[in-house]
Design a protein around this ligand. Structure first.
Ligand SMILES: [Zn+2]
Length: 307
């Protein structure tokens, strides 16, 4: 009598350890068949394979839709392992919400699985312009083995402002409202579930990055356009699924603060070489502030010189 029970227990006990490929990614249920796949808040590494971002998963009655495919071929494989914990349905569509590496460099893997790939035309142009730089940067951070199989693969279907998609029982609206963290950033709205996938328009828990591909000014407008949908659930580009209020605090609040603080610094005759003097301590609760705060201030300084 005891032997069969023991045999049953072994697979149950071992099951959580049978998915080593999914290491470093947390599956977070959002509502119904909508999930966030939450990756590292830090930089790209050999351990996370470039998946240092949050991705979205929607299981429809006509297959799986993935919002952002991960930052490398192997990173995409790892995301697929997480998806298989939820459903055996195929990934039929992948949406790239922007031009940063973790929004698109996993495309090649999912294209091989038969998925169609959708992105804004501006995002594809940005990906093409920066693909070589991104691959060089990625290789230096995740290593040659980590980037194995990663080739630039671009969207099959592009749009300028709005793309509507209905798959089985689920409706998706993809909106590009302008440049934010990158020139082609989009947000994905599920009107039935009132879920918003914001891509890099929203960072929570960690400090956002303003780069030379960003516009801190238009980012604020794009955030407001996204927020006007009043999402019940918000899946950010970085951090766990959360509320609009939390996104306002960590992203919109920081952007407004930073632009005002740098403008004040410039009005006081401050020079770029002293930009470290801009006090950002109110936002030191955000991870990565040590490496990003000074760079963000420099970038906003450059932007404001041209406004
Ligand atoms: Zn990002």
């Amino acid at each position: 009598m005891k032997l069969p029970r023991l045999i049953l227990l072994i697979p149950l006990f071992w099951w959580p350890f049978a998915e080593p490929l999914a290491a470093g990614l947390e599956l977070q249920p959002v509502t119904g068949k909508v999930y966030a796949i939450v990756g590292d808040l830090g930089n790209r590494s050999p351990q996370n394979l470039g998946n240092n971002a949050t991705f979205g998963l929607v299981v429809t009655s006509a297959g799986v839709v993935l919002i952002d495919p991960g930052g490398s071929y192997r990173g995409a494989q790892r995301i697929h392992q997480v998806i298989k914990q939820v459903t055996q349905q195929p990934v039929v569509a992948v949406i790239n919400t922007g031009g940063q590496d973790h929004r698109w460099l996993g495309n090649g893997y999912f294209k091989q699985q038969g998925a169609r790939i959708i992105a804004s035309a501006k995002a594809v142009a940005d990906q093409k312009a920066r693909s070589q730089d991104q691959l060089i940067g990625l290789t230096s951070l995740v290593g040659t083995a980590g980037v194995e199989g990663t080739d630039p693969v671009y969207a099959d279907e592009t749009f300028d402002q709005v793309f509507e998609l209905t798959l089985g029982d689920t409706r998706f609206e993809i909106h590009h409202s302008g440049q934010a963290h990158t020139p082609g950033d989009s947000y994905v709205w599920l009107p039935q579930q009132e879920v918003m996938f914001s891509g890099d328009i929203v960072y929570v828990e960690r400090m956002l990055g303003v780069g030379s591909q960003s516009s801190s000014k238009r980012w604020i407008d794009v955030f407001e356009a996204m927020a006007a949908y009043q999402p019940r659930h918000l899946v950010p580009g970085h951090g766990k699924a959360t509320t609009l209020d939390h996104a306002r605090k960590d992203t919109l609040g920081y952007l407004r603060f930073l632009r005002a603080a740098v403008a004040e610094f410039m009005d006081g005759g401050g020079d770029m070489s002293d930009i470290g003097g801009v006090d950002q301590s109110d936002y030191h609760y955000l991870l990565n502030h040590e490496t990003l705060a000074g760079r963000n201030a420099q970038q906003v300084f450059t932007e404001l010189e041209w406004e």
